[in-house]
Design a protein around this ligand. Structure first.
Ligand code: PRT
Ligand code: MG
Length: 215
């Protein structure tokens, strides 16, 4: 196998927050995904390419070896399941929390006390199912692909499970957080076969990432 490496990243915060870690490994991306329409970006190292994919597709590209390694949020990894992936480092980037939120006027505590069967909209079906099952709550989950904050406002759901960082989106839509499910950050994920076959190339990069991410 050639020692060419492909790194899968998503545009936006993960790309931006991975750049300093790449730099610590001596890798500089020479094209900007926000202005270029290219999906395969070159770096200063002819042996390293970056591919730009949807955040939730990063684990899939790495699992099948289309990318040797990638960066993905814990939220995405929990839904993917982690099959075929080695997850050596929590990079401590793209931090946020996963929470349950409801409309400001909705009495979540008393709905639970009364054993109401709540409708919950989310992109994170597995994590949400596990959270409510652990609490012994029966909920009907509604799968959405984005803009979860809208669901309680238009009567699609009583509650949402979504990511929160500043809380600004919740506030702007008159929603309040009622439960903190977990803290989220992004991890480096590595294809299990690549880790063995390209160890020589990957190991120094993993070490540089690890060193840079704990600073
Ligand atoms: O946008 P797209 O549909 O392509 O995919 P995505 O939303 O999964 O990608 P992206 O790039 O937005 O997020 C990538 C990863 O960043 C996620 O998988 C998380 O691990 C992490 N992350 C960190 C976040 C946030 N912070 C975050 N605030 N992902 C999303 N958000 C959203 C949140 O869903 C909500 O709509 O931002 C909004 C809340 O932000 P505040 O600051 O208003 O609270
Ligand atoms: Mg997004």
């Amino acid at each position: 196998m050639s020692q060419k490496l492909t790194l899968a990243l998503s545009k936006g915060r993960i790309f931006e927050e991975t750049l300093p870690l790449l730099k610590a490994a001596g890798i500089e991306v020479t094209e900007d995904p926000e202005t270029s329409r290219k999906l395969i970006l070159a770096t200063n190292d002819p042996q390293v390419n970056v591919i730009i994919v949807r955040a939730s597709d990063v684990p899939t590209y790495v699992q099948y070896g289309a990318a040797d390694f990638g960066v993905a949020g814990k939220d995405v990894l929990l839904e993917h399941g982690g099959e075929g992936l080695y997850q050596p480092i929590d990079l401590d980037i793209a931090k946020c929390r996963m929470s349950v939120a409801v409309s400001a006027g909705f009495d979540y505590a008393s709905a639970i006390r009364q054993g109401a069967r709540l409708r919950v909209a989310t992109k994170y079906l597995l994590t949400a199912r596990e959270h409510f099952a652990a609490k012994g709550m029966h909920v009907d989950l509604i799968k959405l692909y984005g803009s979860m904050e809208l669901a309680p406002l238009v009567g699609l759901a009583d509650a949402i499970v979504d990511l929160v960082s500043t809380g600004g989106t919740l506030r702007a839509n008159k929603l309040v957080e009622v439960e903190h499910i977990m803290d989220i950050s992004s991890r480096l994920v590595v294809n299990q076969a690549a880790l063995k076959l390209k160890r020589e190339r990957l190991q120094p990069i993993l070490e540089a990432f690890e060193k840079a991410s704990i600073q």
